[in-house]
Design a protein around this ligand. Structure first.
Ligand code: SER
Length: 276
């Protein structure tokens, strides 16, 4: 399945499940001083999550063009060093604005990966928020993954760096649950397909492919440099799956630059540079 086919399949799947398919917003966000470039699919819905804007739909899906070169989500230092980071990428996402919450978000993700894309369950790992002094551990997500079909030993707890998502210093945020995929050659071998490869520094053998954010809070600045969490008007969902990474998985290649999405650009540039 090519990158273009995966994008189509994702948007069709969520449209069939009641989501309004919306276009990507511009990579330069027109009215948001908290970010320089659009860093996630949820950016264009920020005011909907906050309750400041109403749309005529409560579920949406998109393939958002993102740039992570600066600000809170800055991948610039990783590009060229890993096989999975780019400054520009497309983020597939499904969103709920006070409609469905954690259980449906988890069930949609499981159904799409396991039943639609037919990914090998043995290669999947799941992470949930371990809790800290501000927000409690997400035990509910663990139970929901098990209910969906995950083995308990494949569900790992991580702290704020990996499992609490916010778009900028202020704005909508919440605990998140990530799905990781083992790309190695021996999924059945527990010495190769291991828990410690999840969120590992190097991270190309087992890589994150989809992040489900359970949006529940708005982080506000009460005084300079002092922040607090306020509840959103309604629990909501923001997910993001890297299209290029999904394509790595589906095309069985080992780098986003080898996918049908990026390889033609690499080859074109190589020809221009007479390096082909
Ligand atoms: N906003 C979350 C992320 O960027 C999920 O889309 O990872």
């Amino acid at each position: 399945m090519t990158g273009n086919e995966i994008r189509r399949k994702f948007l069709d799947y969520f449209e069939q499940h009641g989501h309004k398919v919306v276009h990507s917003s511009p990579v330069y966000p027109p009215n948001d001083p908290t970010i320089l470039f659009t860093n996630a699919g949820m950016n264009q819905f920020k005011d909907v999550f906050l309750g400041n804007e109403k749309r005529d739909y409560k579920r949406a899906a998109s393939s958002q063009k993102c740039i992570r070169a600066g600000g809170k989500h800055n991948d610039l230092d990783e590009v060229g060093k890993t096989a999975r980071h780019q400054t520009f990428f497309e983020m597939l996402g499904n969103f709920s604005f006070g409609d469905y919450f954690k259980e449906d978000a988890i069930n949609f993700a499981w159904d799409f990966l396991v039943n639609e894309l037919k990914l090998d369950v043995n290669r999947l790992w799941f992470t949930v928020f371990a809790g800290d002094d501000e927000v409690s551990a997400d035990e509910e997500a663990i139970q929901l993954w098990i209910k969906a079909g995950a083995k308990p030993e494949r569900i790992l707890r991580f702290g704020r760096k990996d499992n609490f998502w916010q778009m900028a210093e202020t704005g909508p945020c919440g605990p998140n649950s990530e799905i990781n995929y083992y790309l190695g050659d021996e999924p059945e071998n527990p010495e190769k397909n291991r828990a410690d490869l999840v969120n590992a520094d190097e991270g190309d053998t087992t890589m994150e492919i989809w992040n489900l954010v359970f949006m529940q809070y708005n982080r506000v600045e009460t005084e300079k440099g002092i922040y607090k969490l306020e509840p959103l008007p309604a629990p909501s969902v923001d997910t993001g799956a890297g299209l290029e990474r999904m394509t790595v998985v589906m095309e069985g290649v080992h780098s986003t630059f080898e996918t049908t999405l990026l390889k033609p650009i690499v080859e074109f540039t190589a020809r221009l540079a007479q390096r082909n």
